[in-house]
Design a protein around this ligand. Structure first.
Ligand code: VGL
Ligand code: ZN
Length: 208
């Protein structure tokens, strides 16, 4: 079974959102084309879904500003602007995304004391989200991953997919993804390649 995993295609990560990824909204038409291509038997999505007092928010760390390093539960943590707070417009999927194709939504980042970049487990690797079990039960053998942001949630989700779904062929769809920082994106692509993840474009998928 071929599956597509769309990472965090939410207002918060698009221009006008609270943690905008440059050009983040430009990938919605590509995601829609991929979903409608007929290539995938299963389409799932993740949603960053934070409580209003999430510990990754700089606002919870007196004297700290967004994009500074801080600490969360004793571990180094990049501090972010408040973003994707549960039940707010910022956390909703981007309106241009055709969500009717999505069979399952994996929410993450609900525990205020730990961040969860990966759609599969928290950053401390202690708590699983349930997505790996879901994909195993669906007998997924090929998993394509794309979305926002390449250097954070996409990268960690792809690396965890390789680690937690042995035997599944994992690919990263580059043109259907955007990152926060250019250097972070190049590093993320190198890390994914080193982990055996194939780097492809949507045209490769659509060509069959
Ligand atoms: C993300 C930073 C904080 C992401 C989520 O979706 O890449 N990045 N929360
Ligand atoms: Zn977040």
């Amino acid at each position: 079974m071929n599956a597509l995993l769309l990472i965090d295609l939410q207002n918060g990560f698009c221009p006008g959102g609270s943690l905008p990824v440059p050009d983040g909204d430009s990938i919605m038409p590509i995601a829609n084309r991929l979903m409608k291509s007929g290539h995938y038997g299963l389409i799932v999505a993740s949603q960053d879904w934070h409580p209003a007092d999430h510990g990754s928010f700089a606002s919870r760390h007196p004297g700290k500003r967004p994009f500074e390093m801080g600490e969360l539960s004793g571990k180094p943590q990049m501090l972010w602007p408040d973003h994707c707070v549960q039940e707010t417009k910022d956390a909703e999927f981007h309106p241009a995304l055709e969500t009717r194709h999505i069979a399952y939504v994996q929410r993450k980042g609900e525990n205020p004391e730990v961040d969860s970049y990966s759609a599969f487990r928290d950053n401390d690797r202690a708590a699983l989200t349930g997505l790996a079990t879901y994909l195993r039960n669906k007998r997924v053998t090929e998993l394509d991953i794309c979305g926002l942001a390449t250097d954070y949630c996409v990268k960690f989700s792809a690396l965890d997919a390789v680690d937690m779904l042995p035997g599944v062929k994992v690919r990263f769809i580059a043109d259907a993804s955007r990152g926060i920082a250019p250097q972070g994106v190049s590093d993320a692509i190198a890390e994914m390649e080193a982990a055996g993840i194939a780097i492809v474009d949507s045209s490769d998928v659509l060509a069959g």
